[in-house]
Ligand binder design. Structure first.
Ligand code: UD1
Length: 462
């Protein structure tokens, strides 16, 4: 396959350091209305785990519709560090894991990208050994990996944690995982994916009960099936995987990103603008669309995976609780809160999936929102307007929430912490600007628009 090898360095624009005046910011002057059509890219969370899944295969796999994101570059680095060859060609990545020459993922990389922990399942299945650092906490909570570990143990792996590194290995002459019956105490997306990947090459049948049903889990299952895996029940609570001896090359296209799509639906709703959002699978957004309709927005399906968003004259309050799929996604909680701050009446928004995912509340209050916290529930009283203010993104979806709020606020907002937004949105500022938003990315290092999501990413991965 033609293309450039993925190299290993990421520059300062990816650092997680707080802004010191040298970091780029977004400057948004609110109250412009948006118009036109925006196209959604490939799903970040599906792309990351499918890249990890390619480790299962001793032949080259081609993955298409891979978004150009900092997190994708980081996953590429993790795979490279294990000896995998990667080449990017447009929106496709060729991944050849024939010669994995390392069983230990490097700490510096895993600590920056939680999803890279997911390599533990495929590494163990391919090599019989895997050493992966604990990903550690992050801005939205502690995020343990106990369910991944318990499941791997049930499949016969020895797992111990030493100096912050999870050591997993198999004994016996065949050094092969054994099929097992696993019940997940919680339908964790990551644990379901880790165990599904591990089970594809196990000896015998694995049943995962109370499995996650997210579309990204289904995408991974479809990718594994394209490589010859035997998986039934993807998208339901019960997965049945019959292990095979070996997987083969596959050419696979990633689903559209339902969270990016939902973010644009909300951008339309909050600015009271009619927009078309293309490359969207409405069935993946059932809960989000149902809640948007409650606020008075019309969502009209059109041809070719496009929907038209038509906001009503006034946004209305609604209550939301985040839940595992098909419930309302935790990744949409923060952006939806921005809309509720401007919706007539009182809304209750409860976060049940992560314990610490409400940092954007304080920033929205800086912009004039009326929000009180009661435990993990935000009590939101709709206000007539928000005011532009300097605010800081503390995590990826909080960043999207602030960008959306700034589009609707009166006056100018500046948003710090773009390294979080760049992890998961491919040129959010550029796409919004093309729709008519008054938004600029200001880079004190001297770069002006059009600025890619991450300058290193554009060099490395395009
Ligand atoms: C994935 C998504 C993330 C999304 C989340 C929930 C990726 C790369 N990230 O994260 O964007 O917000 O699903 O939809 O796909 N938990 C445990 N023990 C475990 C694993 C998880 O207690 O072993 C807990 C977590 O702390 C959290 C909850 O389960 O409270 C859900 O986490 P999980 O579904 O595993 O999310 P991720 O796979 O990390």
């Amino acid at each position: 396959m033609e293309g450039r090898p993925i190299t290993l360095t990421l520059g300062s624009s990816n650092s997680s350091a707080a802004s010191d005046g040298n970091q780029p910011i977004l400057k948004v002057v609110g109250r412009s209305s948006l118009q036109g059509q925006v196209t959604v890219g490939g799903a970040k969370n599906a792309a990351l785990v499918v890249m990890a899944g390619a480790l299962l295969c001793p032949e080259e796999c081609r993955i298409r519709n891979v978004p150009s994101l900092v997190d994708v570059a980081r996953m590429g680095q993790v795979l490279s560090a294990l000896g995998v060859k990667l080449e990017r060609d447009g929106d496709a990545i060729a991944i050849n894991a024939r010669d994995i020459n390392q069983s230990q993922a490097p700490y510096e990389l895993v600590s920056q990208l939680r999803a890279s922990f997911f390599v533990i399942g495929p590494l163990l299945a391919r090599l019989g050994i895997a050493k992966v650092p604990l990903p550690g906490g992050c801005a939205i909570g502690a995020r343990p990996v106990d369910l991944h570990v318990q499941g791997l143990r049930a499949m016969g792996a020895h797992v111990h944690i030493d100096h912050g590194i999870v050591h997993a290995y198999l004994t016996g002459s065949d050094r092969r995982l054994k099929g097992a019956k696993i019940y997940l105490d919680y339908p964790s997306v990551g644990a379901t994916e880790t165990l599904m990947m591990a089970a594809t090459l196990a000896d015998g049948e694995t049943i995962i009960d109370n499995a996650a049903q997210e579309p990204e889990v289904v995408d991974l299952a479809n990718f594994c099936r394209a490589m010859g895996a035997k998986i039934k029940g993807a998208g339901t609570k019960k997965l049945v995987i019959s292990g095979v001896d070996r997987l083969h090359s596959a050419d696979y296209s990633i689903i559209p990103d339902r969270i990016e799509a939902g973010t644009f639906l909300l951008a339309a709703a909050i600015t009271r603008s009619e927009l078309s959002v293309a490359s969207i699978i409405p069935d993946h957004l059932t809960a989000v669309i149902a809640k948007l309709r409650k606020t008075g927005v019309k969502i009209v399906p059109e041809e070719n995976n496009t929907v038209r968003v038509i906001p009503g004259p006034q946004s209305l309050a609604t209550d939301i609780e985040t839940l595992p799929y098909p419930g309302f996604p935790t990744d949409m909680q923060a952006p939806f809160m921005s809309l509720l701050t401007l919706s007539e009446g009182n809304s209750l928004l409860t976060e049940t999936v992560f314990e610490n995912r409400l940092h954007h509340v304080a920033e929205l209050i800086r912009m004039g929102a009326d929000i009180r916290m009661k435990g993990n529930t935000a009590v939101i009283r709709g206000v007539a307007f928000l005011s532009g203010a300097p605010v800081k993104a503390t995590d990826l979806r909080a960043g999207a929430a602030l960008a959306i709020a700034a589009l609707a606020a009166e006056g100018e907002s500046t948003i710090e912490g773009l390294q979080h937004i760049d992890r998961g949105y491919d040129r959010l500022d550029v796409k919004l600007k093309q729709l008519g938003a008054n938004i600029e990315r200001i880079d004190p290092q001297g770069e002006t628009e059009p600025t890619p999501a991450c300058k290193d990413e554009s060099i490395l991965l395009k």
